[in-house]
Design a protein around this ligand. Structure first.
Ligand code: HPA
Ligand SMILES: [Zn+2]
Length: 345
């Protein structure tokens, strides 16, 4: 297999707060004169063992307390961009959680200014385009999502869209139907986490009641054949996160991942990292892990890379440029295969 880390790809399911590496937690804590309740970087990294989504979220929300200033948010983005660019990520649509910051007294203006400055710096340093998707925390009151959307209205030009994340089970998408209707009227694109730990019915709701453009995760959709048929005929993209599913024990190990069945069913699947600092790998690492543990071929990975640009919200010129980059990778890979063939004669 040609080097999957160099395969050009878009990352469409990435929580920027989930890119906070232990080293950066300690560096930002020092800068902001805060104490971290872990002895050192290694002790914090050792705590990255999770039983499920909620046990991860407890640590995820605790660690992000070190993010206080514009510069902190900008550093978070540039740190991620460096790692992502080194793994072939050429476009990223990053989630952030406004309520996780405003609820601890960080103004939305600070968060937005820091993230947009980080994106400006990252795109100057790397061949990387980027956009922002603001997620509502589904386990907080729906009223709060409405007031957060009102606050986001002042930043609508800096946003691609809205999403829905945090603890899933017990918080079905339909709770947020009005919020999504209002966001659509503001011209925002719509995505939502559904079918990570929650049942296929949550994916139906995300499509039929929220009207999403993509489903985030959806790893459980194969349990419902009518849903698979619907996703296939709508060409509804799924942003899958294989290493996340293993770390959060949605799957016992990667060999249980339904990627092959999804590809055979004609679903528009993409490969993403979710919270790479916590789940043991960035976007390219997720491609490599799939190649190691599942009988997928080079064509499958090229298709998943193309899907990532197809399913993205980028403009057509950039999309064409990135599709061409995939074609070039493919041509290099074919040449390598041919050279290997000659060498073995
Ligand atoms: O994987 C996730 N699922 C739901 N909410 C999240 N917030 C950060 N990561 C996640
Ligand atoms: Zn996620």
């Amino acid at each position: 297999m040609h080097d999957l880390l160099t395969l050009p790809k878009a990352e469409l399911h990435l929580h920027i707060e989930g890119t906070l590496e232990p080293e950066l937690v300690f560096a930002l804590a020092r800068r902001n004169r805060l104490t971290v309740p872990f002895a050192d970087v290694e002790a914090l990294r050792t705590a990255y063992r999770f039983d499920d989504l909620v046990s991860f979220l407890d640590l995820y929300y605790a660690c992000m307390d070190v993010l206080r200033t514009e510069e902190d948010f900008a550093d978070l983005v540039t740190d991620y961009a460096r790692r992502a660019a080194a793994q072939g990520v050429r476009h990223v649509e990053m989630f952030f959680d406004p309520q996780a910051h405003t609820s601890r007294g960080i103004p939305l203006d600070v968060v937005m200014a820091g993230l947009t400055e980080g994106i400006r710096r990252a795109s100057a340093l790397h061949d990387l385009s980027a956009g922002l998707i603001a997620c509502f925390l589904r386990d907080r009151p729906v009223e709060e999502a409405h007031s957060t959307l009102d606050a986001l209205a002042g930043h609508v030009d800096s946003l691609l869209g809205i999403g829905l994340d945090s603890a899933e089970v017990g918080y079905p998408p339909s709770l947020f139907t009005e919020v999504y209707r209002d966001a659509r009227q503001m011209g925002l694109r719509l995505v939502a986490h559904a079918g990570e730990e929650g049942p296929p019915s949550y994916v139906w709701e995300a499509i039929d009641e929220l009207g999403v453009d993509r489903v985030d995760h959806g790893v459980r959709v194969m349990e419902d054949s009518a849903l698979v048929q619907r996703l296939q005929s709508d060409r509804m993209p799924l942003t899958l996160c294989p290493l996340s599913n293993v770390r959060l024990r949605v799957l016992p190990d990667l060999s249980f991942h339904p990627m092959q069945a999804m590809l055979s069913a004609g679903l528009v699947v993409t490969v993403n990292s979710d919270d790479p600092a916590y789940f043991g790998g960035y976007a390219g690492d997720n491609f490599v892990a799939l190649a190691e543990d599942l009988p997928l071929g080079q064509d499958d990975f090229v298709l998943m890379a193309r899907n990532s640009f197809d399913a993205s919200f980028i403009d057509d010129d950039r999309r064409r440029e990135l599709m061409t980059a995939v074609d070039e990778w493919r041509a290099d890979a074919d040449q390598d295969d041919q050279a290997r063939g000659w060498a073995s004669l």
